[in-house]
Design a protein around this ligand. Sequence first.
Ligand SMILES: [Zn+2]
Length: 73
Amino acid sequence: MYGNDNEQYKMCGYNMRLQRWYCPNCSALLEGYEDSSGRTRIKCPRCGTVMTKYRQSRQYDVLELRVPESCFN
Ligand SMILES: [Zn+2]
């Protein structure tokens, strides 16, 4: 995922990168594309956690988690 950004830009020819990570809550594999503002928003199909990932700087990605209420029961 990291270190091949330039390759992916070339392949797509468009400012959209495939983002892929595992759900920190249930470890399901998630995939999604960045929107035009560089944010990727994915809802985990297994546990319902809503995640937003964005790049704050070259080496610093931020992943925000919104865990559904049902996980705390
Ligand atoms: Zn999950």
